[in-house]
Design a protein around this ligand. Structure first.
Ligand SMILES: *Cc1c(COP(=O)(O)O)cnc(C)c1O
Length: 500
């Protein structure tokens, strides 16, 4: 199977090439030429399999140029009990009768990015080897927090790769910072940038595009690549957990085989929920994909009106990983919905770039409306939902998942739909512990306490253990303590790679 660009200006390539390149040369995103189908019989056959067994079945349908043995090796290197603190990898818990929670945060960094970033390095190094690439791959990341740590954990000590992460010295939380500066691994480099996230990101972008550095790298046997969420190698592993959650519910007798269910997805860049769309198109019985947004509610407006408008104030919320105004992966959905016609997609993306907004035609809107529903939650509603869910179900939600729960409650109110539903949970409540503790315990218990003290407070209040990835962070040795001004980022990269 070949992968084509959503902008239609370059020729189709096999999966390995698409993963190696990350973004298509014409600026578009790679999508499979056709979506592989999964018959009810095949789904039934996957019922007794473990998470890794199911992952192999799904990935081999998309990555047809990889052998089953190669895929199995990638899957088994990624989803190991050593790295995930739940034997099921992505367990499904029951909140109440018809509502379940799919926990995607049992990986090393306690957020759902691990589901993809634990396997991406293996897919990427396989892809490089298959396409005859000799060079060592250098992953360059600018992070506002979560992605950097998840990428560091994914790539650490993976042969044939180096990873260099830049984070803004002003702008990450204490826990996030310590997660990065204490990072272990022989092939990792971490730098604080003396600036904000924009400075950091534009610094990384200009290094990627600098012909001189690229030439110097090539001479020394290196090649840049990117681990961000537009890479198909990050998207495809996410299809697996939609199927796996469904099968777990069938196996537990909570749904009948073939019964349609809803998924609620806390959404930012539209990667997670898009994987749900691919699962549905493969044949998984999905009734609605409910797109939950915070006050940066561009996607809610788009799904409701067909107008995508980024011309609005950017809001900082207590669900920071969803503070996004341009959801890159939406481009893939649009391309699918218009039947793989790059022309309208190219127009819309051009308008977004030029004017900051576009609107789609009624037919496109109708198709999206059939499968998707969307609402948003304010910070106040999010806190209220965390408090209420803990009081009534004894279950502690993180701020992102709480946005999902709040939006789901609004969905039920608006539609009366009784379809059984899975809330996709994207982070451990301990990862955003200050906001969660405040919601559950109130301002007084939280005032004046550090993030580390709050971990303890939250553990005591909830009876849950502090996850290994967050525990004792303040006692680990700091291994990366360099801060560079934005204009010296390129020099830092060269030094890290031993270049002149
Ligand atoms: C990245 C992230 C999201 C948003 O996922 P997208 O795939 O970008 O839509 C939601 N919650 C958490 C905790 C995240 O880290």
């Amino acid at each position: 199977m070949q992968y084509q660009s959503t902008r239609g200006k370059c020729k189709p390539v096999p999966a390995a090439e698409a993963i190696k390149m990350g973004i298509a040369p014409d600026g578009g995103l790679f999508v499979p030429e056709e979506i592989p189908q999964l018959s009810p019989g095949e789904l039934q056959d996957m019922l007794p399999l473990s998470y890794t067994g199911r992952a192999v079945r799904v990935l081999e349908k998309f990555l047809t140029d990889f052998s089953t043995a190669e895929i199995t090796r990638c899957v088994e290197s990624a989803y190991r009990v050593k790295k995930f603190d739940a034997p099921e990898i992505a367990p499904v818990r029951t909140l109440n009768n018809g509502t379940h929670v799919l926990e995607l945060w049992h990986g090393p960094t306690c957020a759902f990015k691990d589901m993809a970033l634990q396997i991406l390095p293996h897919l990427l190094t396989r892809a490089a080897a298959k396409t005859g690439e000799q060079d060592e791959i250098v992953i360059l990341v600018a992070t506002s927090g979560d992605t950097g740590k998840a990428a560091l954990e994914g790539f650490r000590d993976v042969p044939g790769t180096r990873i260099i992460v830049f984070y803004p010295g002003r702008g990450v939380s204490e826990v996030q910072k310590l997660q990065m500066v204490t990072q272990e691994g022989q092939n990792v480099h971490v730098f604080a940038v003396d600036g904000n996230f924009d400075d950091t990101q534009s610094g990384v972008k200009s290094i990627f595009g600098d012909p001189q550095i690229n030439a110097q790298l090539e001479q020394s046997g290196f090649r840049f690549s990117s681990a961000n969420s537009i890479n198909w190698g990050r998207l495809v592993p996410q299809v697996v957990y939609y199927l796996s959650a469904y099968l777990d519910l069938v196996r537990a007798g909570k749904i009948q085989a073939g019964e349609p269910i809803n998924f609620v997805v806390p959404t930012g860049n539209f990667g997670n929920i898009l994987a749900g769309y691919y699962a549905a198109q493969m044949g998984l019985p999905i009734n609605k994909l409910i797109c939950a947004a915070n006050e940066n509610n561009v996607l809610t407006e788009f799904i409701r009106t067909g107008i995508y408008d980024r011309n609005r104030e950017f809001r900082r919320t207590i669900s920071p990983s969803m503070d996004i105004l341009v959801s890159s992966n939406l481009e893939r959905l649009l391309y699918e919905v218009v039947g793989h016609d790059p022309k309208p997609v190219d127009d819309w993306m051009e308008r977004l770039k030029e004017t900051g907004w576009y609107d789609v035609d009624p037919q496109t809107r109708n198709i999206i409306d059939r499968l998707f529903w969307s609402e948003y939650a304010t910070d106040e509603e999010t806190r209220q939902t965390i408090k209420e869910t803990f009081a009534t179900c004894g279950y502690l939600l993180d701020t992102h998942t709480a946005v999902g729960k709040n939006v789901y409650d609004k969905y039920v109110m608006a539609t009366g739909d009784k379809t059984k539903t899975v809330l996709v949970s994207t982070a451990s409540p301990f990862k955003f512990n200050a906001s969660v503790a405040q919601a559950v315990l109130g301002d007084e218990q939280v005032a004046g306490k550090s993030e580390f003290e709050l971990l303890e407070v939250l553990a005591r209040a909830s009876g849950m253990p502090i996850p290994a990835g967050l525990k004792d962070l303040d006692k680990k040795p700091v291994l990366h303590n360099r801060t560079v001004p934005p204009e010296e980022m390129a020099t830092a990269v060269k030094k890290a790679l031993g270049l002149k």
